[in-house]
Design a protein. Structure first.
Length: 257
């Protein structure tokens, strides 16, 4: 899926969860100083920033098909090896990295199986592949649950983001095992974001970012208003915080492939 929004708009919409989600994924993948690491589908660099803080910019590579996101990611540090491209065709040789990660990307790949195979290929034998996606299937990501529940008040039965790859509890782990990764473990990661008020929550949806934003801007104006009202009714009037659960998996690249 194409992400055409400017980086600052993405950051107001979803990037606000990165300060809590990125360290949780990096911890789960065991990212520590001395490793060479790759952030696949880096977006504007929420996870990249965390990786730079752990291993240093010169040991970090990142890639995203959206040129404006790749450019924003490069602004974090000139030493990061940032490329424009897709997970399904990574531009690095076999075994380049100790850890290869993808945060909130699997469900947007055209071919997630090929994307996971490529992540394993660029990781050294014994190295780690890790990925996470929001729990949109069971509603563990409050911001998206509130939005899609509101949409269903005017469009009953809309699947929303429940069918994206990686959004059910063991889906990423199953994909990793299928790709031949060893010692696959998985579970839930917790993240959180703060909102100053309802408009801080609502306005980023109107930017048209991701499946939710795109869906909203495609709706007739009257229905958009109904979705807005239903979201408002579900949220407090003052400042609030929302919890978000992501499903993750980590696997080890086998010695012989
Ligand atoms: C929800 S954003 C996640 C961005 C970032 N990883 C984060 O955690 O905030 C999904 C990202 O996947 C990228 N993307 C879409 N298709 C992709 C593909 N086939 N390979 C790699 N990245 C892809 C998008 O451009 C976008 O930046």
């Amino acid at each position: 899926m194409q992400f055409a929004a400017p980086a600052d708009r993405y950051n107001r919409f979803m990037g606000r969860y990165a300060p809590t989600l990125a360290p949780a994924l990096a911890d789960a993948a065991g990212v520590t100083a001395g490793q060479r690491v790759c952030d696949v589908g880096c977006g504007p660099g929420g996870l990249t920033r965390e990786l730079v803080s752990r291993v240093g910019a010169a040991k970090v590579a990142a890639i995203d098909p959206a040129p404006q996101f790749a450019a924003a990611c490069q602004e974090i540090a000139p030493e990061i090896d940032v490329r424009v491209g897709v997970a399904e065709n990574l531009p690095w040789p076999d075994g380049t990295f100790d850890v290869t990660l993808a945060s909130l990307v699997l469900g947007f790949m055209n071919d997630p199986e090929q994307g996971v195979r490529e992540m394993a290929r660029v990781t050294r034998p014994g190295g780690t592949v890790a990925a996470c996606m929001w729990d949109t299937a069971a509603g563990g990501m409050a911001m998206l649950r509130i939005f899609w529940t509101a949409v269903r008040t005017v469009e009953p039965g809309t699947p929303g983001e429940t069918r994206l790859a990686g959004t059910t509890e063991s889906d990423i782990a199953e994909r990793f095992r299928h790709a031949g990764l060893n010692d696959v473990v998985g579970g839930a990661l917790s993240a959180r974001a703060d909102y100053t008020d309802f408009s801080d929550f609502w306005e980023p949806f109107t930017f048209g970012v991701g499946p939710a934003g795109r869906h909203l801007v495609s709706m007739p104006e009257r229905q958009r208003g109904a979705v807005r009202d239903a979201c408002r009714a579900a949220l407090p009037s003052g400042p609030f915080s929302l919890d978000a659960r992501a499903w993750y998996a980590c696997g080890t690249v086998p010695a012989t492939r």
